[in-house]
Design a protein around this ligand. Structure first.
Ligand code: KG4
Ligand code: ZN
Length: 373
């Protein structure tokens, strides 16, 4: 089924065409330069840009797929979670397209779409030889999902494309949010996650020993935090209490320019190491407890080189009965894109699911946030 997917949940204005799980086009118009002066996404600017761009971006996706508008057999759009104003633009565009062409429409969840990214075959008509050779078998259900983005950090069991059980999540900030806030504080660059990833490669990750959150035991209400993560303590340590965690004390006056540059890289590397350690501690517990031998990652932070290396090392050294498989989407499908939306949407549409044209967007999805009584 030829599906046009639309993704406008944050600052990427994206449209893609997928047919039978194959990506025919994947257009992403990034708004980074418009938000960079504020070192963060400004919701009003984001929704305004989406309104201005969505028609061109969607047309481009159809053209790049080598198709005409009349070839599109269904539309899918992200309805939640995300920035409300931004979500509404893409959602209404996809609904209007479906209504005008009298084709089915489905609203999808952004985090389920991130988890679906690894199911897509990578045979895009634009695929380079490198990408084509990266084509892999779709991961079989059930598996453990690691969904890590700017708004969420979720460890889940996935039994189907629409059936996940959240095992753990953040009790405060999301991992991507921590990367963004630390980068903003130290002016490491924008967007923060990529800037820290790059800077960290030149730094010493043992220069600072930041604390791991203590979340092992159930709290007084019986909430078990075994697979949960927390980032507000790490963020505070890196931003406000840096000196307390310096491994080797140095006299500030003696730091020359090159040492100051090294110090910035050391902060980035030490922060990144701890941020990834926090995720992996919870994830490895889930592997041990569930016995699931496939980990599927998704979301912007899944592009992080330290996370990818550490998980590859873990899989290589895994001594369980079965081999452990770790599957990451290619970098272009980690961050926000519409191919994952079209792919997930195709699954619903093929099953006969339809969303009513009066459905609307929502900023949050309760199941993805830890609920406290
Ligand atoms: O999935 P995504 O593009 O948008 C949301 O759904 O939030 O994720 C964006 C998040 C941002 O916090 C960004 O800093 C982070 O992903 N990110 C990274 C990297 N690339 C993007 N974090 C760490 N390392 C990266 N290489
Ligand atoms: Zn996302």
């Amino acid at each position: 089924m030829i599906v046009l997917g639309i993704e406008t949940s944050c600052d990427e204005c994206a449209a893609a065409v997928v047919n039978n799980g194959k990506i025919l086009s994947n257009v992403i118009a990034s708004q980074i330069s418009f938000h960079a002066p504020w070192q963060g996404v400004v919701p009003e600017i984001a929704s305004r840009m989406h309104t201005e761009w969505i028609h061109t971006v969607a047309s481009e996706a159809v053209t790049q797929a080598g198709l005409a508008i009349t070839d599109i057999q269904g539309t899918a759009a992200t309805a939640h979670p995300g920035l409300l104003g931004s979500l509404l633009v893409g959602l209404h565009f996809a609904k209007a397209f479906a209504w005008a062409r009298d084709i089915p429409f489905i609203a999808v969840d952004h985090m389920l779409a991130h988890l679906y990214a690894c199911q897509l075959s990578f045979f895009s008509i634009n695929a380079s030889a490198a990408n084509a050779s990266a084509a892999q078998e779709a991961p079989a259900y059930p598996f453990l999902g690691l969904l890590v983005s700017g708004g969420h950090s979720i460890i889940c069991r996935a039994d189907n494309f629409d059936d996940i059980t959240v095992l753990g999540t953040t009790i405060d900030d999301a991992v991507g949010e921590a990367f963004d806030k630390v980068a903003k504080h130290y002016s490491f660059g924008y967007p923060g996650g990529q800037a820290i990833d790059k800077l960290a490669q030149k730094g010493n990750s043992d220069a600072f020993a930041f604390p791991m959150p203590k979340l092992h035991k159930a709290d007084k209400d019986g909430n078990d935090h075994r697979y949960d993560v927390s980032y507000s303590g790490l963020k505070t340590a890196v931003v406000n209490q840096l000196e307390q965690f310096r491994v080797k004390a140095k006299c500030k006056d003696e730091i020359d320019d090159s040492e100051a540059a090294n110090e910035r890289a050391d902060i980035a590397a030490s922060f990144q190491k701890t941020a990834i350690d926090i995720l992996l501690r919870a994830l490895f517990r889930a592997v041990e407890d569930t016995g699931l031998c496939t980990i599927v990652a998704g979301g912007g932070v899944a592009a992080n080189s330290c996370l990818r290396t550490r998980l590859a090392e873990y899989a290589a050294g895994f001594t369980g009965e079965k081999k452990l498989k770790v599957i990451f989407p290619p970098p272009e499908l980690c961050g926000d894109n519409a191919a994952m939306v079209a792919g997930l949407g195709e699954q619903y549409l093929l099953r006969g699911d339809r969303s009513p044209l009066n459905c609307t967007a929502s900023a949050r999805v309760r199941v993805f946030k830890k609920q406290y009584p």
